[in-house]
Design a protein around this ligand. Structure first.
Ligand SMILES: [Zn+2]
Length: 177
């Protein structure tokens, strides 16, 4: 069963958004594990609506010192991720959605020998990721590696927006089971 599941794993987030196909639907009918992951993604996506909020005053003032006044500073708030998370945090590849309906980014975290590889795509291709060692493609896809999830906070600079994405370790609550 596990081999079968891994074939579908990267498509579960899409499926939670309604993009599924016959093959996957068939698998979901037989697999409670993948069905559970999809329901968790659905919860994440529902929770993510309206998650951006205004930054605390001191952060706004700091940003204004660096940027024209029209720029906004936004934060992502905590999300809930159940898939593959243990009491010590996630041990396997997982995805989170940060943001809300107007601006959102899906992030994928993959364990590597050096820590975690964080991949995603900026909301607009000309927005720039500010993270150490970040590699960004012309289409907006980006990737960087961090030693631990605690080190994974980064900024995305758009024309009139700064997205401040907290460390993925802070974005998640873990199911205790
Ligand atoms: Zn499965």
């Amino acid at each position: 069963m596990r081999d079968t599941c891994s074939r579908f794993r990267s498509r579960l987030a899409d499926a939670a958004e309604g993009n599924t196909n016959v093959e996957l639907a068939e698998h979901l009918g037989q697999c409670t594990v993948c069905s559970q992951i999809i329901s968790e993604y659905k919860t994440i996506f529902a929770t993510a609506s309206g998650l951006w909020e205004s930054a605390p005053l001191e952060s706004i003032q700091l940003a204004k010192a660096l940027m024209p006044e029209t720029r906004r500073v936004l934060f992502a708030k905590r999300l809930s991720v159940g898939a593959a998370a243990t009491a010590r945090g996630p041990q396997e590849e997982f995805q989170v959605l940060v943001g809300g309906e107007d601006i959102s980014m899906r992030l994928m975290a993959t364990p590597t020998t050096e820590g975690w590889s964080i991949r995603g795509k900026v909301p607009n291709a000309d927005w720039i990721v500010y993270a150490e060692n970040a590699v960004q493609m012309p289409d907006g896809r980006f990737e960087f590696t961090v030693p631990t999830l605690e080190d994974s906070s980064f900024d995305v600079l758009g024309e009139d927006t700064i997205l401040q994405v907290p460390a993925l370790s802070q974005l998640m609550t873990y199911d205790s089971d």
